[in-house]
Design a protein. Structure first.
Length: 292
């Protein structure tokens, strides 16, 4: 009996040691280094307290803009992909659409490609002079619509949002489709007997029964949004100027310049933001479930 109880513990011990050694311990060390002046130009590491954190939030630096951009990207990205994912899932489970599997595959296909590859491809597609979009617009006489999609302050972030939605909506769609397939048809039949139309069934049947699925994809989208790096780096490298820079592009820049302490400070703040928002979302959901 005792051996059976110990077996699962010993079975996971190897993976736990690797996790603690390669992820948890370096993370704790990174938080510790954020209170120092660690850099590539000196062998000495001195404790500076909250100096690095205060520098992030003081005026005259770009760090505040990077944090704001991260929150804006996370909010818009999460809302856009969740909304489009739900809409496509409902469309591609309806009876009016033929060849559903093929359409689902086409929508989901971008998800299997890396962000770096997609960023490089769309950087060429959105190029102001030789990009496919501008060449097509000019060829059909719509020259006035051609823009510097990644170099103009008015369009750079919008272009990133569009590429991100194209890449990530398929994943949300497939998760929601799995949730829709788990809903018994008897709920919809009962709603139809009561005279409910499409929007009534969607509001009072589909959404409540998809609540846990929507919460799950929302949390995943939020954690992704805060950690975004490779898509923005490959498309704009945080430009024009620093207008599309986010926390992780700032982390990369600081480490590239040898400012390791500031890089770990920004990484620590990112970790705190993700943990706090995820905690409040899950706590709010838990409280609602208890009330119900």
């Amino acid at each position: 009996m005792k051996t059976n109880k110990l077996y699962p513990t010993w079975f996971t011990l190897g993976a736990l040691i690797f996790y603690l050694g390669l992820f948890f311990l370096p993370g704790i060390m990174g938080i510790g280094y954020s209170f120092t002046d660690w850099n590539a130009y000196s062998s000495e590491v001195n404790f500076v307290g909250w100096k690095n954190y205060l520098k992030v939030f003081e005026g005259g630096t770009n760090y505040g803009m990077f944090i704001k951009n991260t929150f804006v990207f996370t909010a818009i990205s999460s809302i856009t992909k969740t909304t489009l994912g739900i809409a496509l899932a409902i469309l591609l489970t309806s009876r009016m659409v033929k060849m559903k599997s093929m359409h689902r595959m086409l929508v989901f296909l971008p998800q299997v490609m890396s962000f770096l590859i997609i960023g490089l491809v769309f950087k060429n597609i959105l190029h102001p002079s030789r990009g496919f979009i501008n060449i097509t617009l000019k060829a059909i006489g719509l020259d006035f619509l051609a823009q510097n999609w990644l170099g103009d302050l008015n369009f750079a972030f919008k272009s990133i949002f569009a590429v991100d939605a194209w890449k990530g909506t398929g994943y949300v769609m497939m998760v929601v489709i799995a949730g829709l397939n788990s809903i018994s048809s008897t709920y919809y039949e009962a709603a139809e007997l009561d005279g409910a139309g499409f929007w009534s069934k969607f509001r009072y049947v589909t959404l409540p029964l998809l609540k846990n699925v929507i919460i799950s994809v929302t949390v995943l989208n939020i954690t992704y949004g805060f950690r975004v790096f490779d898509l923005i780096y490959s498309l704009t490298n945080g430009g024009p100027g620093n207008s599309t820079g986010v926390i992780n592009t700032a982390v990369y820049s600081e480490f590239s310049k040898g400012n390791y302490a500031m890089g770990t400070t920004l990484s620590s703040l990112l970790f705190i933001f993700v943990m706090m928002i995820s905690y409040f979302i899950l706590k709010a959901v838990g409280n609602k479930e208890v009330e119900q």
